[in-house]
Each structure stands twice: as structure tokens, then as C-alpha cells.
Design a protein around this ligand. Sequence first.
Ligand SMILES: CCCCCCCC/C=C\CCCCCCCC(=O)SCCNC(=O)CCNC(=O)[C@H](O)C(C)(C)COP(=O)(O)OP(=O)(O)OC[C@H]1O[C@@H](n2cnc3c(N)ncnc32)[C@H](O)[C@@H]1OP(=O)(O)O
Length: 296
Amino acid sequence: MSPVVSPLGVPNVPWCPSHIPPAVPNVPSEPIVPFCPQCPCVPCCPLAVRAVPNVPLPSPVSLCCPCCPHCPQCPQCPHCPRCPHCPCAVPAVPSVPNVPIVPDVPIVPSVPVLSLLSPLSPLSPLSPVSLLSPMSPVSPMSPLSLMSPMSPMSPVSPMSPLSLMSPVSPMSPLSPMSPVSPFVPIVPFVPIVPDVPRLAHGGAIATLIDTSLGTLALAVAGRVVTANLSIDYLAPVPLRSVLLLEAFLQRRQGRKLFLGCDLWDAEGTTLHAKATGLFIQQDPPKEAARGGDSGR
Ligand SMILES: CCCCCCCC/C=C\CCCCCCCC(=O)SCCNC(=O)CCNC(=O)[C@H](O)C(C)(C)COP(=O)(O)OP(=O)(O)OC[C@H]1O[C@@H](n2cnc3c(N)ncnc32)[C@H](O)[C@@H]1OP(=O)(O)O
């Protein structure tokens, strides 16, 4: 079998465990800080969205990562020792010339992504938990709790990975047939209950994948629902690992959008899961409908 290499060429970056708060209930969450998904400083900011090939570097970069106050201008980036969130010394990552980062699209890091899809939520319409977790937000079984990078007890934190999973605005003019879309969330899974289990829950991974593919489908075609989701779990996902999800549109047939994704570890060496999803466009624009659904 040929070695698995991420198409994005994710560098071999050590994970900084100091970013993860202890998985102890009732521990106050870290202060909420805005997150700059344009920050290429993965060691300082493991939530940073990785570079996307063939997408030009936004100029000027308007957002500045609070994890790295000098980013991206700082010559010490991406291993800035002044990063207040990264007290540990992280080896320098070889600079990768001509590797652009995500396009300068509107970012709403503090808006929980899933809340927009949750008209049935009995909870706050802004709560991302409302769709993800029929259980208590602080339930140990909550998939969101497993995935919150900042505080397992703060599933509604704007730092929730699920609120960071849309670097591409739905308004972004993505090419519907683009084989690789600039949608690359990086999601840390953290435990809420010490010791059990040590692996990320498959359902949480499915939620991550469904939401990621759904976000891409949404960016391409507007309102969609998942009709089919197929996941191959290839390798267990350890808790506290950082993941890279690469989603792409495979083809589009009328209302049907066939998407796929690969879920990698942060180094791009281990392929944890592969998935395909079928999303059905809801209420397509009239002109699109008139154009005929030749894919039926
Ligand atoms: C400014 C702020 C910016 C912030 C940025 C944030 C933005 C991001 C926001 C948020 C992103 C998050 C995204 C999350 C996404 C998650 C989505 C979900 O989880 S949705 C819940 C789970 N899904 C359901 O509940 C569906 C339930 N099922 C249905 O509603 C229907 O069955 C539906 C719509 C799927 C199909 O029903 P029909 O009547 O509309 O259409 P028919 O004719 O049956 O199917 C259309 C075509 O699809 C095929 N099809 C349907 N289901 C299929 C299946 N399971 N497998 C294969 N083909 C299927 C059919 O064979 C047909 O194909 P032929 O046109 O004939 O070629």
C-alpha cells in the first residue's frame, strides 16, 4: 500500500497539550478569545486552518490570531514563543514558500455553525449543542463535549470546533465543481471523562463529518439535508489529537450533491476515516430548477 500523504502537505507539527484544559468537570473554561482561522501558526494555534493549495494569500491579512499577537507578520511565526497560549517551546516548522492560506472570506468564528440549522432547537437558537446533543450539554456522552477544544464544560463556547468549521462562508463563490474546496477544519477531540474512553466516539466523528460535508454542500448549493452518509473508520482517533478534514465535492446531479472527505491526523500521515455523503438541495432557485435536473 502506498504511503498516505495529505494533499495539503500538512507539516509534521507537534501538538501542544497545553492548549487543552484538564478534562475535569467544573473547571472554569479558558477566556474566550476570537480565533483567526487565517493564522498559519498551527503550533501556537492548533485550531488554525491549514493552507489551501492554489488559493492566494489574502493581502493584507486583516485578522490577527490572538494566540500569536504578531502573526502573521512575526518572523518567528509559526513558532512564536510569545504566544500566550503556547508556553511550551515548539520546534520551528520549516517554512513552506508559496503555500497560501485560506482566502479572505468572511469569518464568523463566534457564530455557532449548527445553530443555523436548528429551527427545532428547544435550546437557545444560538446554541450549537441544540442540534448535536439531545442530552444535556454537560453530559459526558455529549459528542460536542468530546470535541470542544477549550473546555469540555463549555460546549457553547465560541471556540467550539463546530463553530470554527466554516472558514468558507456560504456566500463564498465556490465553484460547484471544484474538486477540492477550501474547507479544511482542524478539530481537536478532548475527553470530558478521564480515562474512559480514550478514543473519539464514532458518532462524534460522524457529526464532524456530516457537519463538514453539510457546510460545504451549503456553500455550494444553499440549504441542504443529508440523505446518505457513509463512513469508513480506518484508524481510531485518540482523544486530544488534532484532526484535519478535507472535504470535496465529487459531483452534482441536479439537487443531488455527492461529497467526499478524508479525515487525517494533523501530520497528514494517518488517514483516520473516509466518508461520502449525499446531500439533497432544498428549495433550489427557480432558474436552476428550470435548467432541468438532468442528473435524475
Ligand atoms: C452568516 C453566518 C455564517 C456562518 C457560517 C455557518 C454556515 C454553516 C451552517 C451550517 C452547516 C452545517 C451543515 C450540517 C448539515 C447537516 C444536515 C443534516 O444533518 S440534515 C438532517 C438529516 N437528514 C434528514 O433529516 C433528511 C431526511 N430526508 C429527507 O428529508 C428526504 O428523504 C430527502 C430530502 C433526503 C429526499 O426527499 P425529496 O422528496 O426531497 O427528494 P427525493 O425525490 O426523495 O430524492 C431526491 C433524489 O435523491 C435520491 N435519494 C434520496 N435519498 C437517498 C438516499 N438515502 N440514498 C441515495 N439516493 C437518495 C433520490 O433517489 C432522488 O434521486 P433522483 O432524483 O431520483 O435521481
